[in-house]
Structures are given as structure tokens and as C-alpha cells.
Ligand binder design. Structure first.
Ligand code: FE
Ligand code: FE
Ligand code: ZN
Length: 292
């Protein structure tokens, strides 16, 4: 039983990272409805590795019917953390290539439009090496026939991550032949931690995004507060309104007109997504319109 009704404005796509345990997409959809949300993100395979659960066991058809009924659109799939296309190690790189290739097939079976992936970690080889390595992998994988967008996520600059700056993301894109299949996912926690002041100047950030990458590539937004300060280069998500970004800034971002129709996905701790989405949308459960 939904606790709140999803936003009726189709431009305001908002949801969270939900579970596909047991019943696959049916679980994801049920959890999404409980948050009064209208989109969601899933991982189709465990981040601990192992063989992927067959995608035919995700109850696609029934889930799509319920989604249609409730106006849930444009779910996002996040690629496994175990994929590192920047790795200098052949076995790690090849594993990543095979998992991503398989994930594209799995997501196309589901009929979803977006895969989000972390560009990778250079583990000591440096950004230039890593960018070449990632582009090599994407050139191996992408045929241009894909029906989805592969979205590179901007990172926080922690460890030896690649794709922290907009320039690094643009550089990867420029080296991929079928770059028409590439999009970008921004993450408010990562961007602020890396040193983009999305709190005081989100417009300036978007302007730079447009200049360096092109806003038409912005496909997914991760909405997270941060446990660490501006420029800290750490990746520690905080609950909405409880971190260094704060509720007002995150509200401004979520409601920014440039984000219309783009899935906004929360990846905050503690599964308090319902109350956090309510906060962002100025919605109270008592006010939420009730429908059958
Ligand atoms: Fe991510
Ligand atoms: Fe993220
Ligand atoms: Zn993160």
C-alpha cells in the first residue's frame, strides 16, 4: 500500500536506490511506491561479485504493467562497483568489459534507457593512462546499436578515481567512437566534495557542464548530502539536510529547470528515502493526495 502518491508532474522524476531482492523489479516498484516516488535505481547484480541472477527472473512484464499504471518511468541501472575499466591488470579489465557487455544486454531486455557507471580507478597509473584504458574498453563494447545511454558518473576525487572533473569526463567521451551512446550522471555529494560549489553556484556548475560536456548529455542526477566538507575529496553520503550541502541547496538543485524530466536518484544511508523525498518536494504525508 503506497504511503504517498508519486508527484503528478512528469518533469519531477525522483526516486531512490531500491532493492531487487527476491522478486526483482516487483520489489523495486513496490519500494518505489512506498516512497511516493516515480522513478528508481537498481543494481541488477551483487556488488560482492558472483554470477548474475538471470534477468528473466526479474518479473519484467508484470513490473512494467504496474509502473505504467502508477506513472513510474525511466528507471536507472547502476553497474557493479567491481567493474574497473581503468585497471592496468588484464584480468580485471577483461572482467569489466565482459560484465558491462552483459549488463547492456540485460538492461536492454528490461527496456530501460540508462546505465550509470563509475569511470574507474587508475590504481597508480595516473589519469591519462586510465582515460585511454577506459576509452579502449568502451570502444571494444559499444557498437552504436545500443538502445540505451551509458552514463559516466562524476566522482569525488577520492582514492585514484577517474572522472572527477568535467574535463576528465569530456576527455573520455571524446575518445569513444560511439560517443552518441554516452551520457553523464552527476552526483551532488561527489561534485561538492571534489570542489564544484553546487551549493552556492549550481548555475555556474551547469554552465561549465554545458561548456565542457554539453547539457544534452546530462541524463541522471544522484541527489545526496555529504558527510564531509566542500573540497574534501571524500565520498561519504549523508542523509538529505544532514550534511555539508544542506536541505535548501539540495532543494534548489532538485527543482532546477535544467533537470526537468531527468531522473533524480537518492543514494543516502538508512533507507529513509520516503521522508527525504517528502522534504525535497515540500510534501507532507497528510497532504499527499490519495488515489486508488
Ligand atoms: Fe555511483
Ligand atoms: Fe552516485
Ligand atoms: Zn558516492
Amino acid at each position: 500500500m503506497p504511503q504517498a502518491t508519486p508527484p503528478d508532474n512528469p518533469d519531477m522524476l525522483i526516486g531512490a536506490n531500491v532493492s531487487v531482492a527476491k522478486t526483482g523489479l516487483l520489489a523495486a516498484v513496490e519500494e518505489t511506491l512506498s516512497y511516493g516516488a516515480n522513478t528508481y535505481m537498481i543494481y541488477t547484480r551483487s556488488n560482492r561479485g558472483g554470477k548474475a541472477r538471470p534477468i528473466t527472473e526479474f518479473h519484467r512484464d508484470e513490473a512494467l504493467r504496474i509502473m505504467d499504471e502508477h506513472g513510474i518511468v525511466d528507471p536507472v541501472v547502476h553497474l557493479s562497483y567491481l567493474v574497473n575499466l581503468a585497471s592496468p591488470k588484464a584480468d580485471t579489465w577483461e572482467y569489466g568489459v565482459s560484465v558491462l557487455r552483459e549488463e547492456i544486454e540485460r538492461v536492454e531486455y528490461l527496456g530501460f534507457r540508462y546505465i550509470v557507471m563509475h569511470p574507474g580507478s587508475h590504481v597508480g597509473e595516473g589519469q591519462a593512462y586510465a582515460i585511454g584504458r577506459i576509452a579502449e574498453a568502451l570502444n571494444d563494447i559499444l557498437t552504436g546499436e545500443e538502445k540505451l545511454w551509458l552514463c559516466l558518473e562524476t566522482m569525488a576525487g577520492d582514492g585514484s578515481k577517474v572522472g572527477n572533473s568535467l574535463e576528465e569526463i569530456a576527455e573520455i567521451i571524446s575518445r569513444v567512437h560511439h560517443h552518441e551512446r554516452l551520457g553523464v550522471c552527476i552526483d551532488t555529494c561527489h561534485n561538492y566534495s571534489y570542489g564544484y560549489d553546487v551549493v552556492n553556484d549550481f548555475d555556474g556548475f551547469l554552465q561549465r557542464f554545458d561548456d565542457i560536456i554539453g547539457l544534452e548529455r546530462l541524463k541522471v542526477v544522484h541527489v545526496n548530502d555529504s558527510k564531509t566538507p566542500f573540497g574534501s575529496r571524500k565520498d561519504r553520503h549523508a542523509n538529505i539536510g544532514e550534511g555539508s550541502l544542506g536541505l535548501e541547496a539540495l532543494k534548489r538543485i532538485v527543482h532546477h529547470e535544467a533537470l526537468r524530466g531527468i531522473p533524480r536518484i537518492l543514494e543516502t544511508p538508512g533507507q529513509r528515502y520516503g521522508e527525504e523525498i517528502d522534504l525535497l518536494l515540500d510534501r507532507t504525508r497528510a497532504q499527499a493526495p490519495v488515489t486508488g
